[in-house]
Design a binder for this molecule. Structure first.
Ligand code: SF4
Length: 444
């Protein structure tokens, strides 16, 4: 079977919509690695004369699309349009540019289509039904023969045990059900999700396979409310908060090809080390997040921002987080080939830790706009930033990052951080929860 005939598995998130609205955010923000066929196309298009330089930059043996001084793509025009697209058409752009914000994950049954929330249209749920993009994705999948070779990579349940497809689906379903309990506040559901993950980490799973694993998951989903009440989330100690800010750094660090080639790898490493140190220290003003983000916000201003309490904001935050987390879990971007080949349990720990990091970054955004409480706009801005790195920045899959996650998970730190960085403080009335526009999980 070739990629030509592999089934395209669109995300099982019926509430998601997307169409490109041409904001050019991806052209301003992403560093694009080129494939051999992209380079051949660019060479054929003969850009060197009109650009005055090659559009291709080489770094560490790989080829990248050149960026301007401000980090934007060299082909981005003042009106926000892509010059390659305008002159040669969509199909002659580098494949990564055509593909965004879709992410293709090779799986045994076919090509799973995952979604990047680093696109404002995806976050804001704007555009056509996600399923309407199937043919477009199929065309791109045909251009990636390596998907065929990669699609039988096994998925691990924990560091030792492989997971069957049925077991993987059962875990995804359990978290879908738990997160979909819209009768409960989002903070409680997130606490429950982190608790359930910690239970799976502690369980001796060797003898709890297939139906027994499904039974265990059912029981944990049924009992999580009492259990999280009984155990409590724990305290976000200064050390845990320091680790969280380092996780934030790992998600916002943004290496531009121009900076790497201009200052050399040594200069870049020193700069990264220093920023990592400043985030961990957490005193004075925050290091720059990104060009478009507010600069030099005081760390203590971030700490003072409270969770959202206003009903409209609560609903909007709940809706975007639920859509995002469902998309990560159901469309294969939380573990396995869609997320650094992490085992399922480690991938879930990474997801909850990243969610807490998003809570911290949302507070920074709110603080910069003199808000004392989070709003949906803060959460969306933070998610746009943290999801940009998820599954893409190589260091998030590194051994160091895995050790950091293991330390947080073993010490019960993930729950405490999620609680400290909770997005909302609410007690939804039953009728409000029923009237909410969150998806009916049973229908999916
Ligand atoms: S960020 Fe999204 S909406 Fe904006 S140009 Fe890129 S794909 Fe289109």
């Amino acid at each position: 079977m070739t990629p030509r005939s592999l089934p395209i598995l669109m995300p099982r998130t019926s509430e998601q919509r997307y169409s490109c609205h041409g904001c050019a955010g991806c052209c301003r923000d992403f560093t694009v690695q080129l494939r051999a066929d992209d380079i051949a196309k660019l060479n054929k298009q003969k850009w060197e004369q009109s650009l005055g330089q090659s559009p291709i930059v080489e770094f560490r043996g790989r080829k990248w699309l050149r960026q301007r001084e401000d980090g934007a793509c060299v082909f981005l025009e003042d009106d926000g349009r892509c010059r390659i697209h305008a002159e040669f058409g969509l199909e002659n752009k580098p494949l990564a540019c055509q593909m965004f914000p879709f992410v293709l994950v090779p799986r045994e049954k076919g090509i799973q289509v995952a979604l990047s929330y680093a696109c404002p249209s995806m976050i804001n749920n704007r555009g056509a039904d996600i399923a309407s993009h199937t043919e477009e994705v199929r065309r791109m999948a045909r251009l990636l023969p390596e998907l065929e070779q990669a699609r039988t990579r096994p998925v691990l349940l924990n560091s030792r045990l492989s997971a069957s497809r049925q077991e993987e689906d059962a875990v995804a379903r359990a978290f879908e059900l738990l997160l979909g309990r819209v009768d409960l506040p989002m903070s409680q559901r997130l606490d429950g999700a982190a608790w359930l993950t910690s239970m799976l980490r502690q369980a001796r799973l060797d003898n709890v396979r297939d139906q027994r694993l499904r039974d265990l998951l059912d029981w944990l989903v049924q009992t999580f409310e009492e259990e999280i009440d009984a155990t409590g989330p724990g305290i976000a100690t200064p050390r845990r908060m320091k680790v969280l800010r380092q996780v934030v750094f790992a998600h916002v660090e943004d290496v531009k090809v121009g900076a790497v080639t201009g200052r050399g790898i040594g200069g870049l490493a020193i700069r990264q080390f220093w920023r990592h140190h400043l985030f961990g220290r957490g005193r004075g003003v925050t290091p720059a997040i990104a060009r478009t983000w507010p600069q030099e916000i005081r760390f203590d201003a971030v700490d003072r921002v409270e969770p959202a309490t206003e009903v409209g904001e609560l609903r909007a935050i709940d809706a975007v987080l639920l859509r995002y987390l469902r998309s990560r879990i159901l469309a294969g971007r939380a573990w396995g080939p869609g997320y650094y080949d992490l085992p399922i349990i480690t991938g879930l720990e990474a997801l909850w830790t990243m969610t807490a990091a998003t809570g911290w970054l949302a507070r920074l955004h709110a603080g910069a706009h003199s808000r004392s409480e989070l709003t949906a706009a803060d959460v969306e801005a933070a998610l746009l930033r943290t999801d940009r790195a998820a599954g893409r920045a190589p260091w998030l899959g590194s051994r160091g990052e895995r050790l950091r996650l293991a330390w947080l998970a073993e010490a019960g730190g993930i729950r405490s951080l999620l609680h400290a960085m909770r997005f909302t403080d609410e007690t939804l009335e039953d009728d409000e929860a029923e009237a909410g526009d969150s998806p009916d999980v049973a229908a999916n």
